[in-house]
Design a protein around this ligand. Sequence first.
Ligand code: SF4
Ligand code: F3S
Length: 104
Amino acid sequence: AYAVTDNCIRCKYTDCVEVCPVDCFYVGETMLVINPDECIDCGVCEPECPADAIKPDTEPGLEGWLALNAKYAALWPNISEKLDPLSDAAEWDGRTGKLETVFG
Ligand code: SF4
Ligand code: F3S
């Protein structure tokens, strides 16, 4: 499966949702997540993210993000249509440790 990671937080560009063939993105206030059980590993969303936030589970150290994606996919509503990015997306793009700013 693929997972949405740190750099989505406070950017939330949502380009990813338009290309997913199985509509397995879920939307929270500051980020999106992928339901890893629904993701078919097609990989088309990865290059669509302007923030480079989508990673495959073959990437080392992704376990925590996969768990976070699975957890919130069960709680948040599905999203399949693009929204406007968050207003300060450009300012947050590329910062590190964004997870702590929302869930910490
Ligand atoms: Fe959807 Fe494919 Fe991305 Fe999985 S890898 S979230 S199925 S677009
Ligand atoms: Fe987030 Fe990138 Fe999608 S910033 S909403 S994973 S396009």
